[in-house]
Design a protein around this ligand. Structure first.
Ligand code: PLP
Length: 376
């Protein structure tokens, strides 16, 4: 049996989500139609809206279903001009979908630095907002590579006091830590179903009452006019079911911290450095770098041993590029040697232990090869 420890790339689909997708496919109907089939599809969408809202402490009408985390952030950031902002301040460890949409927005932007643990520097933000108050600020709730949790509520308070806006990419945090949209004071929040056990290709933007969004897709009035395109009813149904199950599973995910720390302690004995150590982190994510042991060799070796993990950030081409996140933490020297292990709802203690044992074996083999080379 193989071990899947790459939930931050995509989670295993929860059975509740698969059942909800199947049910919606059987039900059929276009949620915009007024007849019975359309009304049935609409009911599925609205139930799911409530389930997704409940996961993040939001009101159901503030949830706008979109095609995933990328579109959710594109909608929030693409709205910056319409909302009257003159500048965007974007966290240095943000995902490419945020950074590239900031670049595409056409406004001047600045990269907001993180410290050596990967935590955004709030003094920097406070200072910038004194001179650039009308800014959209982008800060992720938790990092996809390191699991580092960002001070979202503090950033929201600073942005708000200055008359700015905070956009939070909560794609990796949702379903892994408690999120309370209303209490944090964020203005927009991006979510993705497939990171929490729902289907791929569906997500949501949660938008608070202060936000002015400008639609990025034209030609249809779906989702209260914020986007065009027939709703992905099966996907939305699966998202809702996954959100409900993820909310119930939050304590179980939090308990994975002990298993993660067990692996961290084991690899530290071989000289590995845990990234983001000392910062608040997601309980199910461990990113570590072993100087001299390239990430690709670790990922391939583990894969051969039946353990699936990622190197740096998995990107769409399947190629590994040096991690911008680790570089932003001031450790570019570690970037070529980092791997990410991430568990989820179906992960057991035995999975983490098996990863540790398999890693120790491939590490020993690598050391032996290096010693043999040195002697040759
Ligand atoms: N934001 C973060 C932090 C992510 O990890 C990802 C996916 O890797 C995304 C956004 C994009 O989400 P989606 O795949 O739903 O477009």
């Amino acid at each position: 049996m193989s071990v899947y420890l790459d939930y931050n790339a995509t989670a295993k689909v929860r059975p509740e989500a698969a059942a909800a997708v199947a049910w919606a496919l059987e039900t059929g109907g276009n949620a915009s139609s007024v007849h019975a089939a359309g009304r049935a599809a609409r009911a599925i969408v609205e139930d799911a809206r409530g389930q997704v809202a409940a996961l993040v402490g939001a009101k159901a009408p503030s949830v706008i279903f979109v095609s995933g985390g990328a579109e959710a952030s594109a909608l929030a950031i693409g709205s910056a001009v319409a909302a009257g902002f003159e500048r965007i301040l974007v966290g240095a460890s943000e995902h490419d979908v945020v950074l590239e949409n900031v670049r595409a927005a056409g406004l001047p932007y600045e990269i907001w630095p993180v410290d050596e643990r990967g935590v955004a520097d709030l003094d920097w933000l406070a200072d910038r907002l004194r001179t650039e108050p009308r800014a959209q600020v982008c800060l992720m709730a938790a990092n996809n590579e390191t699991g580092v949790i960002q001070p979202v509520a503090e950033a929201a308070a600073l942005a708000r006091a200055a008359g700015g806006w905070l956009h939070v990419d909560a794609v990796q945090a949702a379903g892994k830590i408690e999120l309370d949209f209303a209490a944090t004071g964020a203005d927009t929040l991006a979510l993705s179903a497939h990171k929490l056990g729902g289907p791929q290709g569906v997500g949501a933007l949660v938008a608070g009452p202060r936000t002015t969004l400008s639609r990025q897709l034209h030609g249809g009035g779906q989702e209260r006019g914020y986007r065009a395109g027939t709703e992905n009813v099966p996907g939305i149904a699966g998202f809702g079911a996954a959100a409900k199950a993820a909310a119930a599973d939050l304590p179980a995910i939090a308990a994975q911290a002990a298993w993660r720390d067990g692996l961290a302690a084991a690899v530290a004995r071989a000289g590995a450095v845990a990234l983001g150590d000392g910062a608040p982190r997601l309980a199910q994510t461990l990113s570590y770098a072993t100087p001299g042991f390239p990430s690709e060799l670790q990922v391939m070796g583990l894969d051969l041993a039946g353990v699936m993990v990622s190197a740096g950030a998995a990107c769409s081409s399947g190629k590994v590029k040096p991690s911008r996140v680790i570089e932003a933490m001031g450790r570019p020297d570690l970037a070529p040697f980092a791997i990410r292990v991430s568990g989820g709802w179906a992960t057991t203690a035995a999975d983490w232990a098996r990863c540790g044992a398999a890693w120790a074996e491939i590490f020993d083999r690598h050391q032996a090869r290096r010693r043999a080379k040195a002697l040759a």
